[in-house]
Design a protein around this ligand. Structure first.
Ligand code: FE2
Length: 286
């Protein structure tokens, strides 16, 4: 059982980032770090990322990996900032070129954006093992929310990305380009096939008013209580529910800026001749 998991909750985007480490003064992986972004002023800030850095310095950890579960659409990634500050290798699922290609088209990016995944130091394949100091971790392909989602297993703990949410919230949407509700259901079944006591760590929580924010559940709890995928719900029932629900959801506030940073592994778009970087906002397309 792995005990060294530190969660950081970002209340602006409801995102949970994690530092997983083998032991104090040992090695760590960072999962889904946030770069703060104020859409009103279009200013970034490293307030959230600096909290991770402070913890990593306190524990005297060396960073081996900066992992993204997917190209997030609701927050910008601070992977590039953290890599510059702390070192480590960035990684995401091996299908990220599919996501990059579809957004290259949407944002009409030029020849300088090559959608081959090279922005990341490593692309993880399904079931690929990797080391974090003394810990052996494994990537598990869980596409559906996007076509490149990965979950990361460290012993009895799995960081599930945007697949499952807490049981009373349900599951992630599957209506972004490359998303697929049927595939999401199958990926979730992979996670729910782990032993009942397996601990699942969410990438988000959107708590109802009667409870505070939580990010940890178990396979047993999800199978018994998840409102969208508890035992007994069929694939077709899930797909019908998911598609109906997704049709009524608004786009995330930070969708357009997030994607432009996250398909570049957390780098901002290149600055123009005046030294300023710009986001592109397509009109009447999304
Ligand atoms: Fe997401």
């Amino acid at each position: 059982m792995i005990s060294n998991i530190k969660a950081f909750f970002d209340s602006a985007t409801w995102t949970v980032s994690y530092v997983v480490f083998d032991e104090p003064r040992g090695s760590c992986a960072i999962i889904d770090p946030v770069l703060d972004y104020d859409p009103k002023s279009s200013r970034t800030s490293t307030r959230s990322a600096d909290k991770l850095i402070e913890f990593i310095h306190q524990q005297q950890l060396s960073v081996e990996w900066i992992l993204e579960t997917h190209a997030h659409a609701d927050h910008l990634s601070s992977a590039d900032y953290l890599k510059n500050q702390l070192g480590g290798r960035t990684a995401i699922g091996h299908s990220i070129p599919v996501v990059q290609k579809s957004f290259k088209k949407i944002f009409n990016l030029g020849d300088e954006f090559i959608p081959d995944g090279h922005h990341f130091d490593h692309l993880l394949t399904d079931n690929e093992p990797f080391q974090v100091g003394k810990l052996t971790a494994k990537a598990i392909s869980v596409s559906g929310h996007t076509s490149a989602d990965m979950a990361y297993q460290f012993d009895d703990a799995i960081f599930v990305g945007d697949t499952l949410f807490m049981p009373d919230v349900g599951t992630a949407r599957a209506d972004f380009p490359g998303g697929d509700a049927r595939q999401l259901f199958r990926s979730i079944q992979k996670l729910l096939a782990f032993p009942p006591e397996t601990r699942l760590f969410m990438c988000h929580d959107y708590p109802p008013t009667d409870r505070s924010v939580e990010w940890e559940s178990t396979v047993a709890q999800q199978r018994a209580h998840n409102i969208h995928v508890h035992d007994g719900i069929t694939e077709n029932e899930f797909v019908a529910m998911r598609n109906r629900r997704d049709a009524a959801l608004e786009m995330p506030t930070l969708l357009l800026p997030s994607i432009q940073v996250n398909i570049r592994a957390g780098k901002l778009p290149s600055a123009e001749k005046n030294g300023v970087a710009y986001f592109k906002i397509p009109i009447n397309l999304i």
